[in-house]
Design a binder for this molecule. Structure first.
Ligand code: ADP
Ligand code: TRP
Length: 311
């Protein structure tokens, strides 16, 4: 069976961009693979320095996973920091790649372009992500467009290791669906936790209403493009055509229709989510960590042998 893996950072509340770009593709595909779904808490540490917030976010993200349709019996759901082999392998990759190679990283370049000082964790971030992926011989990685480069980095790391120490790692392939590669936010830019332009995935109806009502409407043309771009994620374009034709220029009516459609999608998941306790989450992560650790350790035994630290 081929292997599928993805991960999301517990750096804030998940939004519909995360859902359509990464989580839903995982949910749609995972039954046909041996599947791993991570909460990448050490990656979140590159931007979050509030322990209570991180702890709470980890619990919330796992609830989101299960509510969105991932059965913990059919996929290994685990937290990155529970499997120390990830940071161990990341170090080995750090020693194989060059500084100029990492300097091409988008996340790092963006920080520098904004005049901010990136931490060393952000700089080597792609090698931790490569370790996440390669430890499990992952074939396919469902992600949004912004992660394409990171999966390329993982391929490079696999390749460098294989050339240097002999065939060890599978080269993974990203899976990016064109229609959801970049979900726009309420301002028309990419929806992102860090841009304050999100529609929360499990927000209350009031929160969703507030977010949708704040979508920037361009006054040129008959169709509010930013509203439509989000609407076509939840309804087919054929279904939307008559609605947008009948309500040309009535932005409020179209936004209200969008709120209803998002609500219809989320309400059943929200209900399921309410039945998952913090204790359930801790048990899921405990079971997942145990399974992930076994696999990761088997791979690391081979790696330690190959690089020459096992005597
Ligand atoms: P954010 O940018 O909100 O911090 P993350 O970097 O944690 O999101 O991304 C988690 C996953 O969700 C990744 O696979 C990423 O590609 C995907 N993703 C995030 N934002 C979007 C978006 N606007 N459209 C499509 N996919 C997205
Ligand atoms: N870098 C990804 C993001 O910000 C999160 C991530 C970490 C990830 N490790 C991964 C995604 C492994 C897929 C596979 O969204």
């Amino acid at each position: 069976m081929k292997r599928l893996l993805t991960g999301l950072q517990p750096s804030g509340t998940l939004h519909i961009g995360n859902y359509f770009g990464a989580l839903k593709p995982f949910v749609d595909m995972y039954g046909e693979y041996e599947s791993h779904l991570m909460v990448v808490d050490y990656h979140a540490l590159t931007s979050l320095r509030k322990p209570e917030e991180l702890r709470a976010n980890i619990i919330e993200v796992v609830k989101d996973y299960v509510a969105a349709g991932v059965d913990p019996k059919k996929a290994i759901i685990f937290k990155q920091s529970d499997v120390s082999q990830h940071t161990e392998l990341a170090w080995i990759f750090d020693c194989l790649v060059t500084v100029p190679f990492l300097m091409q990283g988008h996340a790092y370049k963006d920080k520098v372009a904004k005049g901010l000082e990136p931490n060393a964790g952000l700089f080597t971030y792609p090698m931790l992500m490569a370790a996440d992926i390669l430890l499990y011989d992952t074939d396919v990685v469902p992600v949004g467009q912004d992660q394409r480069q990171h999966v390329e980095y993982a391929r490079e790391a696999a390749n460098k290791f294989n050339i240097t120490f002999g065939q060890t790692f599978t080269e993974p392939q990203e899976k990016i669906f064109d229609s959801v590669a970049v979900v726009p936010g309420t301002d028309g830019q990419k929806m992102s936790k860090s841009y304050g332009n999100t529609i929360p995935l499990f927000g209350t109806k009031d929160e969703i209403t507030k977010a949708v009502m704040s979508i920037v409407t361009d006054s040129s043309g008959d169709r509010p493009e930013h509203v439509y771009a989000i609407h076509k994620l939840v309804r087919t374009e054929n279904e939307l055509a008559p609605l947008y034709e009948e309500n040309k220029g009535s932005y409020k009516v179209l936004k209200e229709a969008l709120i209803e459609d998002i609500e219809n999608l989320i309400a059943p998941m929200r209900e399921k989510r309410a039945s998952i306790s913090d204790e359930d989450v801790k048990q899921i992560l405990k079971d997942g960590a145990q399974k992930a650790r076994e696999r990761a350790e088997a791979k690391m035994k081979e790696v330690r042998q190959k690089v020459g630290v096992t005597l």
